[in-house]
Every structure is written in structure tokens, then in C-alpha cells.
Ligand binder design. Structure first.
Ligand code: TXA
Ligand code: MG
Length: 353
């Protein structure tokens, strides 16, 4: 299949529909799949009513069929046909965080493709805060099911070039609207029970922000996980974002990190290091990637997936990454890094109990 490539200025003016967006939305209406930018990562969009269209998404990504997709909307009116029993806390979250990087899991209505929800009685909905995504959904006049536009298991795409690297020739089109903003996927919350908010996947909207807006104690599914034996978000059990070389999270001083690097280089391995701008002069390694600024964790999120892909191009044998505080957006950052590393840590100091 030939993949059409449209370049669209990310400053889409209101009321003006670009011919590229018209073409892309026509393909969506014909049940083809099209990648498009959102404020988090690029999505691979399909008509959420159509089994045929949604199957194409699973096929192109090589995604396990038990992992449901997020449905993207451009206006609150679209909710009516998709969900029932919207809780008061869910409404508060929509009022404040939509459009934005928050996916809300609610009770679904009939009609959506069963493939979208992987047979669950719930569906995750999000209104993205990106002019191109909103224009495309509006023009298609459909709810758009869209996972991240990467091959399953790879880092999510934050540029159209990343999408091309993974899916060229496998999908009908890619709308290139430049690099995305947040850089990690949306926060996914479960709002199926009145008065309760459970974070299923941390993201750009933090626990503290959700608590301020809803006034309830927000729970993490991680804690519940132990009880349930399986995560409520099916996607959380899969390995994700993994670069080709094994990645280790190194917790300790820069000197401790450098000693680990030296050890491996002595064995003849090519070592990659993930650090931030503040420490770029500190390490001697084969490939050093700086990922934003340590004193601004949002900037680390913004660059993270691009840097993980860069290590693949550099053909390193092993990657050591610094770790970051699990606070605010650092929670999402460490969640993605731990997944990419398969939770492999090297610690200078054993944890004190
Ligand atoms: O920022 C984002 O959320 C991006 C952009 C494209 O919008 N999308 C994205 O989709 O990250 P995906 O498919 O890569 O991740 C969706 C996550 C998975 O972990 C999935 O299991 C969970 O959301 N999820 C979707 N529907 C769910 C549901 N009904 N109940 C529980 N978890 C759900
Ligand atoms: Mg994904």
C-alpha cells in the first residue's frame, strides 16, 4: 500500500479546512487508517463505528486484540452516542481538562466496534488539544479510535518521521503537523464509579491536578494491581517503548554511573547514556543523548521517545539511563522509563527498609 503524506502547518486556522485534512478525513470515512498529530503523541486513527477500519489499526500495529483503543472526539456532543451514566467527577474533569491529555474510561453504549473496546463494557474517551486532530475529527464527523501510531512495543511516535519509520506502506496516510508537545501519552483515568477516580496510566495530567479539580482522593491502579492480579488498563501489562538494546536505570551519583559505563566499555560494548542538558559534559560514553532539563521534567517527557529511538539509530549495545523523581509529571516519566527498561535497576545504595 502506498502511504500518502500530507504536510499541514500546525497553526490550522479556525473555520478553514485545509485540503490535506479534507483528503485525510475522506479516507477515514472510507474506513482507511490515517496517522495524525495530537498534543501527546501521534495517533493512528480509524472510524470507531467500523470493525473493518479498527481491525486495520490492530493489523498495522501488530497490537494484541485484548488491548482496547481510546476514542477521540472533537466536541462534547459526540459523547451522547458513546457513553452512559457519566459521573459527576468525570464531568468536572472534562470541564477543566478537555481538550487535553486526559482519557476518561466510562460505561459504553452499544454501537461502537467491539474491537475498539476489546469486549469490555467500558470505553476510554479523550478530546485532544491539537488543532489538526480536532479539525480532522470534525471534518470526518466520526468518533476516531486511535492508539499511538507506533508498531506495538516500540516507543510512541512524537514526529511524523517516527510514524513513517514504523508504518510506512502499512497505512493509508500520515498527516505531518510537526513534533507533538507533551511527548508522553495521556493520563488514563477510570471514572466508572461515582465519586471515584483511579489512574490507570499516568500522563501529562497529574494526580495532584485531578485531586484539586475533583476533591476526591485519586487512587493509582498500581496499588490495586496487587489485589486484582491484573491491571484495569489491559495495555499496562505489555512491554512498551523498548529500545533495541537493553536499558538499565541507574540510581546513584554521576561517578557511580561513569564506573558502570567504563566497565561495559572495557568489555568492548558500545554504551549509550540517557542524561539531561545539565549533565551533558559529565559522562564519557559512546553515545550520549540529552533529554531535556532535569529541572523541568516536562521537557524530559517531551524528548523521551525521540531519544529512545535515537539509541536504535546509534546501534549501541547497552543503554544506561539516569532516574528522575517520581513527582508531578515525573510519575509518568518514570512509568515509561521503567517499562522501557523492563524495571531493570542498578542501584548505588540498596533501598533502606
Ligand atoms: O495520548 C494518548 O492517549 C495517545 C493519543 C494518540 O491519544 N493514545 C494512546 O493510545 O496512547 P494507546 O492505545 O497507545 O494506549 C491506550 C491505553 C492502553 O493502556 C489501554 O489498555 C487503555 O488505554 N485503555 C483503553 N481503553 C480502556 C478501557 N476501556 N478500560 C481500561 N483501559 C483502557
Ligand atoms: Mg501506545
Amino acid at each position: 500500500m502506498e502511504t500518502t503524506y500530507w504536510i499541514v502547518d500546525s497553526c490550522v486556522e479556525k473555520e478553514q479546512v485545509y485540503p490535506q485534512i479534507k483528503e485525510a478525513s475522506d479516507l477515514l470515512k472510507q474506513n482507511e487508517v490515517v496517522a495524525f498529530p495530537t498534543e501527546t503523541v501521534y495517533g493512528l486513527g480509524a472510524n470507531a463505528w467500523s470493525d473493518e477500519a479498527v481491525q486495520k489499526v490492530f493489523q498495522a500495529k501488530g497490537r494484541p486484540s485484548d488491548n482496547p483503543l481510546i476514542v477521540h472526539i472533537a466536541s462534547r456532543n459526540q459523547l451522547e452516542s458513546l457513553v452512559v451514566d457519566i459521573s459527576e467527577v468525570a464531568k468536572k474533569c472534562m470541564d477543566v481538562f478537555w481538550p487535553g491529555p486526559l482519557t476518561i474510561v466510562m460505561k459504553r453504549k452499544e454501537g461502537l466496534s467491539n474491537a475498539v473496546t476489546a469486549g469490555l463494557s467500558t470505553v476510554g474517551i479523550r478530546m485532544p488539544d491539537h488543532p489538526i486532530a480536532l479539525a480532522l475529527i470534525k471534518e470526518a464527523n466520526l468518533p476516531i479510535a486511535a492508539p499511538s501510531a507506533n508498531v506495538s512495543g516500540k516507543p510512541s511516535p512524537t514526529t511524523a518521521a517516527h510514524v513513517k519509520e514504523d508504518l510506512d506502506g502499512k497505512i493509508a496516510g500520515i498527516v505531518d503537523g510537526g513534533a507533538t508537545g507533551v511527548g508522553v501519552e495521556s493520563t488514563v483515568i477510570d471514572c466508572t464509579t461515582e465519586g471515584q477516580v483511579i489512574i490507570l496510566r499516568p500522563g501529562g495530567i497529574t494526580k495532584e491536578q485531578l485531586e484539586n479539580v475533583t476533591g476526591v482522593d485519586v487512587l493509582f491502579d498500581d496499588a490495586l494491581f496487587i489485589e486484582h492480579k491484573q491491571p484495569k488498563a489491559p495495555g499496562m501489562k505489555y512491554t512498551h517503548y523498548a529500545p533495541n538494546a537493553p536499558l538499565y536505570l541507574v540510581e546513584g551519583s554521576p561517578a557511580f554511573m561513569q564506573a558502570r559505563i567504563d566497565e561495559k566499555r572495557k568489555e568492548g560494548l558500545k554504551v549509550g547514556v540517557l542524561t539531561t542538558a545539565e549533565r551533558k559534559e559529565v559522562y564519557q560514553a559512546d553515545t550520549l543523548c540529552t533529554c531535556g532539563y532535569r529541572n523541568d521534567l516536562a521537557s524530559v517527557n517531551h524528548h523521551l521517545y525521540d531519544v529512545l529511538r535515537k539509541f536504535n539509530h546509534a546501534h549501541v549495545d547497552i543503554i544506561f539511563s539516569e532516574t528522575f523523581p517520581k513527582q508531578g509529571v515525573g510519575v509518568a516519566l518514570m512509568n515509561r522509563l521503567e517499562k522501557a527498561a523492563g524495571k531493570k535497576y542498578i542501584r548505588e545504595y540498596e533501598e533502606k527498609h
